[in-house]
Unconditional design. Structure first.
Length: 402
């Protein structure tokens, strides 16, 4: 391919962006690309076989989150699930109220969606967070008025890994009759036990590619009896809630991957936490670095930090050349010249937020890879800091002429 090429990638530490498709999910999907290719809405044998697999995928995914099969809507991903849930619930509740409460650290799939709704007369209240990126449940409660119809708070942050006190927030929300509670669980899905009854949520979004399922498929949990206005016309699929020919292979792959992620969650989480802590200790030994996000209430695979006097994009490029894939934060905004809205909300000034770095591990991350990363990442970060400090001290390079 044309352009600058990096070295062959040796170590992948960007599992928060996406994960490799696991073999079991691929094997489960393959028949629905070949002999069982039928349209699940067709009445003949080909269609009935596809419908049976799709129905089973609803049941399998629902069982793992404590839901009913009819409460699962398969979508094209987490972004569509959140758009369907938030827009659908907002329009369905418009006659009763127009106030939507959310936080300042939500993924753009939520933030941009509620800002879009503002154009149609909805009032959006964006709650602040503390230095660790946590929402105060008391602030949620105080923001709810008799005009509030919807509260949307993410379970775990995709940039800094902080886990929100969702059950406590849900209790405050549902103390107000008729207010719906939506949760973005896309980043949390692989790592946190999800029980929609225990969490007491009305809407919850998942995305398959975050837990080694296929890209292009997600799901919205919609509590039975919760009304939404359909956002995609053209068919009666997904119980009239999401028109369009169903992605049977994707749904099967998602259900398979999620079942495996749930079954292995405790063991995988314990191992990833141990590896993450080793890497964290090594990287934070570099002068000028600081952990971002909550020190304890965070995802087990997630290491986020700022390295002062560096540019995060430059650091990730250097790491890429050294054979390590990392990111500055959300993959959806990588390459943007704007600093992270999450770090800004957490109180970091722009010059510090530009030094953001996110290293995220996954089930396939090995001890040997972390052994290498412990050597390489601190070396790259330290060298980038040294270079930046030298340039700042002598921007014209006059010291070299002395």
């Amino acid at each position: 391919m044309p352009g600058v090429q990096s070295a062959a990638m040796a170590i992948y530490l960007d599992h928060a962006a996406t994960t490799p498709l696991r073999r079991e999910a691929l094997d489960a999907m393959l028949p629905f690309f070949t002999e069982d290719f039928g349209n699940a809405s067709s009445a003949h044998g080909f269609g009935r076989r596809a419908r049976a697999a799709l129905d089973e995928a609803h049941q399998r995914l629902a069982a793992r989150i404590g839901a009913e099969a009819r409460e699962i809507v398969f979508t094209s991903g987490g972004t569509e699930a959140l758009n369907l849930g938030l827009k659908g619930a907002a329009w369905a509740g418009k006659a009763r109220g127009h106030r939507i409460v959310t936080s300042s650290v939500e993924h753009h799939a939520v933030g941009h969606t509620v800002r879009y709704l503002e154009k149609f007369g909805f009032e959006v209240v964006e709650l602040p967070v503390d230095r660790y990126g946590r929402v105060d449940p008391d602030h949620v409660e105080s923001a709810i008025t008799d005009k509030t119809i919807l509260v949307s708070i993410m379970l775990a942050n995709n940039e800094v890994g902080t886990i929100q006190p969702i059950a406590d927030i849900a209790r405050r929300v549902h103390a107000h009759r008729g207010v719906l509670f939506a949760v973005d669980a896309v980043q949390a899905g692989p790592h946190i036990d999800l029980d929609v009854e225990a969490l007491d949520v009305d809407l919850l979004a998942l995305s398959a590619h975050k837990f080694e399922g296929p890209k292009g498929v997600g799901a919205l949990y919609l509590r039975h009896g919760t009304h939404i206005v359909v956002q995609q016309q053209g068919g009666s699929q997904e119980r009239h809630r999401r028109g369009g020919t169903e992605n049977v292979a994707g749904a099967v792959g998602m259900a398979t991957a999620y079942e495996l992620a749930c079954a292995e969650r405790a063991e995988t989480g314990k191992r990833l936490r141990r590896l993450r802590e080793r890497l964290q200790k090594a990287v934070l030994a570099v002068d000028g670095t600081e952990l971002t996000g909550h020190p304890r209430e965070r995802l087990p695979n997630h290491l986020s930090l700022i390295a002062r006097d560096t540019d995060g994009n430059a650091v990730t490029m250097s790491l890429d050349l050294a054979g390590i894939a990392a990111s500055v934060g959300s993959a959806c905004t990588s390459g943007s010249t704007e600093v992270s809205h999450v770090l800004t909300a957490m109180g970091y000034p722009d010059e510090e937020a530009r030094g953001a770095l996110r290293l995220s591990l996954g089930r396939t991350t090995t001890d040997a890879e972390i052994d290498e990363a412990i050597v390489t990442v601190p070396r790259v970060v330290a060298s980038m800091r040294t270079g930046q400090v030298a340039v700042a001290a002598d921007p014209l390079g006059q010291g070299a002429l002395a």
